[in-house]
Design a protein around this ligand. Structure first.
Ligand code: HBI
Ligand code: FE
Length: 278
């Protein structure tokens, strides 16, 4: 996990204590906008019939520009009206506590830089395409917006309770829902996770491949399951709707943390007889 001393952004002397910076919109060049346009068009086509209705509807509702990188202030106004969320600019990964704190204040940190034209497909760190195209649309969905907020509140609380100790459970919950979640939409398997919607390869693989293991959402199972960040997933967890996520996240996690700590970790790709498979 990440603590504050690992994050050093000397190129941003103006950065505030909460790791926010200015988006500096005027600094984007023609090539940056061209990369946005290329990625936007490629993914929005690919996601027809793959992303969940809530995501596709929100993408339309927010009316992103195809041609240019979005200006955070414009979208903060739209989000504020829809669900009370805002977008704030950050230079890259930020410490866990700071990240949770932003979510608990209904602020979503978005990286302000875009990947280079030589590395269009695969990135380990978030850039503006992942953060904005992947995460921002669903923040306009009222139930999902409340889930993200509850998650942030839970994160702040977990760190106050146990410091680093409980963080891995929360990170797994985020990973298998917000980043790599699937859902059943009108009887079909669909994507809602931001890590998938922003990935060309995984948006096909997660639905079509016979390799990964697709399991019905089970919060304890998720909190116990290990993941890697540098290749396609071996486990996906499938929800019925965002209400299910929100309701599970409102509960007090403290007893859950103790229970999952006792039960122990589950290796990636490991199958359990209790798994409800799709
Ligand atoms: N920072 N910019 C950024 N984006 C994230 O998704 C992020 C982060 N810092 C920490 C963090 N995520 C984790 O705490 C969560 O994934 C659990
Ligand atoms: Fe992300």
């Amino acid at each position: 996990m990440h603590n504050a001393s690992e994050f050093y952004y000397p190129e941003h002397p103006e950065m505030k204590e909460d790791f926010t910076i200015n988006q500096d919109y005027h600094k984007y060049k023609k090539d940056h906008h061209a990369t946005w346009k290329f990625l936007y068009e490629r993914q929005s086509k690919l996601l027809e019939g793959r992303a969940c209705n809530a995501y596709m509807d929100a993408l339309k509702h927010l009316d992103f520009s195809h041609e240019r990188i979005p200006n955070f202030d414009d979208f903060s106004d739209k989000l504020m009206k829809a669900t009370g969320w805002q977008v704030v600019a950050v230079p890259g990964l930020i410490p866990d506590y700071t990240f949770f704190k932003h979510l608990s204040e209904r602020k979503f940190p978005v990286t302000n830089w875009i990947r280079s034209q030589h590395q269009l497909d695969y990135l380990q760190e978030p850039d503006i395409f992942h953060d904005f195209f992947g995460h921002v649309p669903l923040l306009a969905n009222p139930v999902f917006a409340d889930y993200m907020h509850a998650y942030g509140v839970g994160g702040v609380r977990a760190m106050d309770l146990g410091g680093e100790r409980y963080l891995k459970f929360l990170a797994r919950l985020y990973w298998f829902t917000v980043e790599f979640g699937l859902m059943i939409d009108d009887g079909n398997l669909r994507i809602y996770g931001a890590g998938i919607v922003s990935s060309k390869g995984e948006s096909v693989y997660c639905l079509d491949s016979e390799v990964p293991h697709r399991i019905y959402f089970d919060i304890k199972r998720i909190m116990r399951t290990e993941y890697v960040i540098d290749r396609f997933q071996e486990n996906y967890f499938v929800i019925h709707d965002f209400k299910e996520l929100f309701n599970e996240t409102k509960q007090d996690f403290e007893p859950l943390y103790h229970e999952v700590e006792d039960l122990g970790d589950i290796a990636m790709g490991e199958k359990l007889t209790t798994d409800m498979k799709i």
